[in-house]
Design a binder for this molecule. Sequence first.
Ligand code: TMP
Ligand code: ASP
Length: 258
Amino acid sequence: MARRKQIYEGKAKILFEGPEPGTIIQYFKDDATAFNNQKHAILEGKGVLNNRISEFIMLGLERIGIPTHFIKRLNMREQLVRHVEIVPLEVVVRNTAAGSISKRLGLEDGTTLPRSIIEFYYKDDKLGDPLIAEEHITAFNWANPQEIDDMMALALRINDYLSGMFGAVGIKLVDFKVEFGRQYEGDLMRLIVADEISPDSCRLWDAETGDIMDKDRFRKDMGDVTTAYREVARRLGVLRETENSGAKGPVLVSDNGE
Ligand code: TMP
Ligand code: ASP
């Protein structure tokens, strides 16, 4: 089995060199971390679920004209994506107060925000991904004003799309994080959605019961994390009812298909 060259290992994914220039293979691990790696666990089957959920979402975004890095899914844990230069920002869109905004501003979790709020965090694990202002982004040249405008416009379109998509299956999109990458084509550069969009990077609450269906189950030691992710996948129609996400045993990962 020809092993590919590893480019980068993150907390939940590994990136390998892709088969053609400009491509990368994104491998979804079962690792879950929180609070900047202070908490770590292996959640069997999580990688398989996030691979499928992120594929589904990226394809949906492409359909409404939002460019993403996604090319195709290769197997249970891997997808082929475009190589991009990652903008070192986490762009968070919030519809309802939860998590860090509740703490920072003294809001009660579940409070509907007056409007969708976009925040930028600087991607730096050593610093714990600090919240930053546009001033920092332009001063340190992490992105230029045009790119900030583009990212904000894209983030709001993604929010509209995801809110509708999840709303249709009885899930409230509380907030989510998205990352962007620069793709160069000759002299042209465009920003495209990169990384993943999955229950690891969104807050998802059951619209009826308020049950948490995202990584907060792990952050708050609530248990049944992959069960909740599987339910998200099931409602989106991503998993066939009989399909096993690998939660009951090791998943066979092959290099050339499922
Ligand atoms: P926060 O309330 O902790 O700032 O998180 C806001 C959203 O961003 C939430 O949906 C979880 C997501 N998120 C990530 O995807 N990665 C991170 O490192 C953090 C802190 C949050
Ligand atoms: N992803 C971050 C970490 O691994 C934080 C989080 O999602 O809560 O530490």
